[in-house]
Design a binder for this molecule. Structure first.
Ligand code: URP
Ligand code: ZN
Ligand code: ZN
Length: 452
């Protein structure tokens, strides 16, 4: 195949602009973007009537991780195949720190598994244990291209929680190396208090999952993070933010905020459905007014990214009749992230460059991938999602590539990309997987939080 291609006649959407332009790629890189480019030796890909987006970067996936008594349903191979269908060409997943392991070993283990992915893959380092050896190792992770470190203020029973002084100790080091601290912000003590109210009562349905993890848990943990940021200067990125009050606290403290489609498109009423257990995720879904407050954050720029928190399960994994405490928490969404958001942005009158900012440029900048990813410009990787904005459909679930048999967004309007190109290779055509070459590990370089 000719290594030079010219995508002609389409509308190019970046975080900065939306304009008619052609894109020339050579091998795996974009070499030129402009109007009416001359094909020369290039093969032409006619994109008339289509919109061309940079490949989506999902900054928050969990491929094949242990949750409660089972594993999330997707591994890197199956989850990345689904991701491509939704225009995602890079996922950022998390290491798993096993007992006794060094951080480096945890990175190597995860990199080995990630070799099965069809998307490109970057990694965040899970800091679920702190000891002098681990702290000493943090600066060395620059060598692996992993500069973002994730901590949990809850999940004590799973052995994943750090206390606030431990988080502050790590934040000081991460700040010195120019890294990013990512936080799952739900205060464990607040959750403990809320859960104690259920003792001895038969309140086990999925809706009590929400009651057991109130907004107050999110706000309390965020306030602690604000103090840690003020004392250490460490850039702090909150994963999966859910609530209006949480957003207010984050804005006040200058924290970076990620939310997820589930907190924008769904509310807590779904817990009353017969498949309510499928929506159990932590933090839980909130009220319609929280959803609207998050949409306001999207519009006004106080939210920086949208990630899927992809942690899918099949119907059999979450039977309806088990107590919420035993339901494996998490929902899928790497494949539906972009397709479900696109019509929402259009209907809400939010300019499409903002969608690119949230799902491509900002994740690339925050996690140090911007030299290659998140833009349509010379020298960027040739990662493209080509979309017909008139192809809205509600009957997409039948055509999903995902191995899971359930989606939270069933019946919602979605626009799936027609073609998805990852580093110059067309992997999705007519919405179908046509090629299965493997992705690459993309090391993060210095994050750029200043321009966010
Ligand atoms: O319930 C969720 N979100 N499961 C995935 C793990 C996490 O906390 O992000
Ligand atoms: Zn989390
Ligand atoms: Zn997560």
């Amino acid at each position: 195949m000719n290594s030079e291609l010219l995508f002609t006649g389409g509308t190019v959407v970046t975080a900065d602009s939306i304009r008619p332009a052609d894109i020339r790629i050579s091998g795996d890189k974009i070499t030129e973007v402009g109007e009416q480019l001359v094909p020369g030796q290039a093969d032409v890909v006619d994109c008339s009537g289509k919109h061309l987006f940079p490949g989506i970067i999902d900054p928050h996936t969990h491929m094949g991780i242990p949750i409660k008594s089972i594993w999330s349903a997707d591994n890197f191979a199956t989850g990345s195949r689904a991701a491509l269908q939704g225009g995602v060409t890079t996922i950022i997943d998390f290491t798993l720190l096993k007992p006794g392991q060094t951080l480096e070993e945890s990175v190597r283990d995860r990199q080995a598994l990630a070799q099965d992915a069809l998307t490109d893959v970057a990694l965040h380092v899970n800091l679920t244990r702190i000891d002098p050896k681990i702290l000493k190792e943090i600066p060395d992770r620059i060598a692996d291209g992993t500069l973002s470190f994730k901590v949990f203020t809850t999940y004590k029973e799973a052995g994943m929680m750090l206390d606030y002084p431990q988080i502050e100790t790590a934040a000081k080091i991460i700040a010195q190396i120019g890294g990013v601290l990512m936080v799952h912000a739900e205060d464990n003590a607040v959750i403990g208090k809320a859960t104690a109210r259920f003792a001895g009562k038969k309140l086990t349905e999925p809706k009590w999952h929400g009651e057991s993890r109130p907004v107050e848990a999110e706000v309390t943990a965020i306030r602690q993070m604000v103090k840690i940021k003020a004392r250490t200067g460490c850039p702090i990125y909150l994963v999966h933010l859910t609530s209006e009050k949480g957003l207010e606290a984050a804005i006040e403290g200058g924290l970076m905020v990620e939310t997820c489609p589930q907190y924008l498109l769904l509310d807590q009423s779904v817990y009353e459905r017969t498949d309510g257990a499928m929506f159990v995720a932590s933090p839980p879904l909130r009220t319609p007014s929280d959803c609207e407050a998050l949409w306001k954050g999207i519009k006004t720029g106080t939210i920086q990214t949208i990630g899927s928190d992809h942690c899918p399960f099949c119907r059999k994994d979450k039977p309806a009749n088990i107590p919420f405490q035993e339901i494996p928490n998490g929902m899928g969404g790497v494949d539906t992230l972009f397709p479900t958001l696109l019509p929402q942005f259009m209907d809400r009158g939010i300019p499409l460059p903002r969608l690119v900012e949230l799902t491509s440029r900002n994740p690339a900048r925050i996690f140090g991938l911007a030299q290659k990813k998140g833009n349509i410009a010379p020298e960027s990787d040739a990662d493209l999602a080509i979309v017909d904005l008139n192809s809205r459909t509600t009957s997409w679930p039948e055509q999903r590539l995902s191995i899971t048999d359930w989606t939270a967004y069933d019946g919602m309007e979605a626009i799936f990309p027609e073609q998805v190109w990852r580093r110059g290779e067309r992997l999705i055509n007519d919405g179908k997987l046509v090629k299965e070459t493997k992705g690459k590990f993309v090391p993060g370089k210095t994050p750029d939080n200043q321009s966010i």
